[in-house]
Each structure stands twice: as structure tokens, then as C-alpha cells.
Design a protein around this ligand. Sequence first.
Ligand SMILES: NC(=O)c1ccc[n+]([C@@H]2O[C@H](COP(=O)([O-])OP(=O)(O)OC[C@H]3O[C@@H](n4cnc5c(N)ncnc54)[C@H](OP(=O)(O)O)[C@@H]3O)[C@@H](O)[C@H]2O)c1
Ligand SMILES: [Zn+2]
Length: 339
Amino acid sequence: MSKMRAVQVSQPGGPFEIVEREIPEPGAGTVRIKVEACGICHSDSITKEGHFPGIQYPRVPGHEVVGVIDVVGEGVAGWTAGQRVGVGWNGGYCGYCENCRRGNFFACSIAGQVTGIHYDGGYADYMIAPASALALVPDELSALEAGPLMCAGLTTFNALRNSGARPGDLVAVLGLGGLGHLGVQFAAKMGFRTVAIARGTDKEALAKQLGAHLYIDSQAQDPAAELTKLGGAKIILATVTNGEAMNATMGGLSVGGKLMVLGAAESLNVSPLLLIMGSRSVAGWYSGTSIDSQDTLAFSVLSGVRSMNEVFPLEQVNEAYERMMSGKARFRIVLTTGN
Ligand SMILES: NC(=O)c1ccc[n+]([C@@H]2O[C@H](COP(=O)([O-])OP(=O)(O)OC[C@H]3O[C@@H](n4cnc5c(N)ncnc54)[C@H](OP(=O)(O)O)[C@@H]3O)[C@@H](O)[C@H]2O)c1
Ligand SMILES: [Zn+2]
């Protein structure tokens, strides 16, 4: 068998096409992965719609990939065929350019790439990934469990552990989608007093099940006022795709509190007075490296954090993607190849 199935987008805004392609051969410094599962992240809309400079089409999306190393390319040390690995948003780095030596792996000027954007991702039977993008997947996690941890999990875990919040602090997670439902679990397991904020009442029971101590319905209540009543949030982890929803929480930051923006909303209104009078801040958080992914996987094994998934076969990618975009997914949709 030298052919495989791949889901490609041929042009910005175009549909997903299920095509047959040659199984690619790994070049120097890369491995071939036989893909088992790939989560559908809201950021895959960037590839689908062309919201990123320099995407070459056709392109295969997917950056929550888990599978098994099938063939190891030339010059790859430390990885062997048969190992279970994952690939996330950070598609690799050289490790020796000036940016990498400063620890700014995302700014790597030699090999810095985004999986599923600059090269083909995991909506396929096989993919090629640079060795520096690989995370080792522990035996305790199935491919379906590990997939969403490669981006949704990694981003929320890494943001929270670098947020400056300490055990007992009030941490609010805004939005209960793929990222948010993992953010709530991580926040609770890290020992924060965890508040989930989402639209409507139907997610309240699920939020509590995921470990939220408190729930705010942003449609029926004023989230800023509710957070203020609770003493103010040290951290608001904003996973929503909507700037107004973020604006509506900002007044609920405590003195020294910080809004951590994860969701790619179009714009945000920030009141300078709110920031100044209370030394509050607004900061972005961008994903993490492959070793941060390994930390996320290890913490999830340790603490029992698991993604709540809806599983679709690769062929049903259009239906699966639409369901994610509609906000109906509870909470992450994962594609399986059957490999
Ligand atoms: N910073 C990073 O490194 C990074 C990494 C991965 C993803 N992202 C970005 O993070 C965001 C979330 O990704 P995801 O995969 O978790 O998406 P998702 O599963 O589709 O969830 C989207 C979330 O946005 C909220 N939302 C959507 N429309 C809204 C509206 N009109 N008003 C208020 N809330 C609205 C939903 O809130 P409810 O729960 O209230 O329905 C839901 O929680 C995306 O923008 C994605 O591109 C960033
Ligand atoms: Zn993602």
C-alpha cells in the first residue's frame, strides 16, 4: 500500500476534500507518523479560511495529532519506529539559532513552523513531522485521550502554570469549549478556586462535573459583578472567540489580576483606568513547545484530567468541523483514522 487518505483544503475558504495521496517519505530530521487520532481545534479554521500569511495550498490541517512513528528520517537521534508520539501547534524548531538559544522557540528563524499551516498536519493516515516537534505519549493515555491535550490541553495547562496564580486563588475560565473544558479541569487540579463562565445554563452541570467550584451564566448574570462579589479573579483565562465576552469579565479582575487571552477574538476594549487603578494587566498566551506537551500529558496522567470527546471517522470531517464551529460539541471533536 503506497496510498493514503488525506483531508485537504485547496484554497482559502474552500471545502475539505478527502483525497488519495502518495504516502510521504520522511526527509532529514523528520519522522513519518502513522496517525491514529487528530483533534479538531478552532484554530484549524485558520487553515480552512486562510487567516494566516503564507499558507501554501492545498494544505492538510490538524495539530492535535497522535500516532506511532512509522519511519525515522536521516539524522534523527533519540526517536525510533514504534514509539507513540504526539504533535501540537508548534511544528518544530532548530534549537541553535539565536531565538532558540534565548528559549523563544516560536520565533525560531531557521525551522520555526506551525503544524497544519506551514506543512501538512494530522487530518490524514500519515504525516511527516520534524523530530523537534514530537512529544512522547505515555502508555496510560489512548490516542483519543492524548489528541486534544496536544493543543487545547497544552495551551490551557501551560497558561495556567505560568499565570502567577497560587493555590487557593480565584481563577475564572471564560468559555467552555475545547480549551475551556480542559482549562476548568487543570485549574481545579492545580488547587485554584475555579469559576467557569459560559453562556446559558445547559453547561452548568458539566462545568461542576469537570471540577468548577462555581458557575456564572454570562447571559443571565454580569460576569464582572459576580467575580467582584467573590473578591475578584486573580486570573481570567479567556478561551472564547469573542472580544465582547472578554470585555464583560475584565471588571471582575482583582487588584493585581490578569486577563490571559487565549481565544483569537478580533478585538478587545481595555480601560486604561481599570488597569492603572489596581495594577491589573492583559496578556496573551501562545501554546507551548513539544516538551510542554509532554508535561501536559504527564500532569493529566497524574491528576486524571481527560478531554471529553465526540469521535468522528476521518471521512466525516465536514460534519465534525461544522459541529465544532457551531459550538454544539461537548467538548472536543476528535477524528480517527482507524489505523
Ligand atoms: N492561544 C493559543 O495558543 C491558542 C491555542 C488553541 C486555540 N486557540 C484559540 O482559542 C479559541 C478557542 O478554541 P477552542 O478550540 O476551544 O474553540 P471551541 O471549542 O469552538 O470553543 C469556542 C468557545 O468560544 C465561545 N464563543 C463562541 N462564540 C461566542 C460568542 N459569540 N460570545 C461568547 N462566547 C463565544 C464559546 O463559549 P460558550 O462556552 O459560552 O458557548 C466556546 O467556549 C479559538 O479562538 C482558538 O483559535 C488559541
Ligand atoms: Zn489548536
